[in-house]
Design a protein around this ligand. Structure first.
Ligand code: ADP
Length: 191
């Protein structure tokens, strides 16, 4: 299997690039943010819980997120692989993902980390708010909070994959196509 963690701060382009990667490599796209948003729309208990954290720019608690992720993974029969988009976002999630994949006789192949500087992220998120309707994109204070949470809790996850020699940094500035090509060549040379 080809299992990729697509990593990067909010607004780095993970969702956009995931679409390109699943098409080329036939992978399943698993975005924890998308699953939470679908639950909010469906007014499920999980959605109600997740919304209170997401609207404030905070992380949904690890236990809830990990359980949700596991139940999403097992929905797919004989997948070629997964793109994990927005997961893992904490070291506890990264450990849980490793253990879970090991129980399925597989593992993470690669972490691809999109690198984009902070001012560019803020500009992109406010622009996305105009079309996404996402309340967490529309409020500059919530954007600040999400970036701070990324720096404090999520960025350290890089070291987890660096220690396993699975980490590749990708320049996330450029046209969408240019960045897609960088991701393709990182996958093709490292897998
Ligand atoms: P972005 O990367 O643009 O911030 P996402 O759609 O990936 O957007 O996530 C939106 C929100 O969903 C996050 O700010 C967080 O509240 C919640 N969320 C998504 N993935 C996770 C996760 N792995 N752990 C905890 N919370 C998460």
């Amino acid at each position: 299997m080809l299992n990729i963690v697509l990593f990067g701060p909010p607004g780095a382009g993970k969702g956009t690039q995931s679409e390109r990667l699943i098409e080329k490599y036939g992978l399943v796209h698993l975005s924890t943010g998308d699953v939470f948003r679908a639950n909010i729309k469906g007014e499920t208990d999980l959605g109600k819980l997740a919304k209170s954290y997401m609207d404030a720019g905070q992380l949904v608690p690890d236990e809830v997120t990990i359980n949700m992720l596991r139940s999403e993974v097992v929905k797919h029969e004989a997948p070629k692989g997964f793109i994990f988009d927005g997961f893992p976002r904490t070291n506890a999630q990264a450990h849980a993902l490793d253990e879970f994949l090991a129980s399925l006789q597989t593992e993470i192949s690669l972490m691809l980390a999109l690198e984009v500087e902070e001012n560019e992220l803020k500009t992109r998120l406010l622009k996305r708010a105009e079309v996404s309707g996402r309340p967490d994109d529309a409020d500059p204070a919530v954007i600040e909070k999400r970036i701070a949470v990324y720096n404090n809790e999520t960025a350290p996850v890089k070291a987890f994959y660096q220690a396993q020699d699975k980490f590749v940094a990708i320049d996330g500035i450029g046209s969408i196509d240019e960045i897609t090509q960088r991701l393709f060549s990182a996958i093709d040379t490292n897998h």
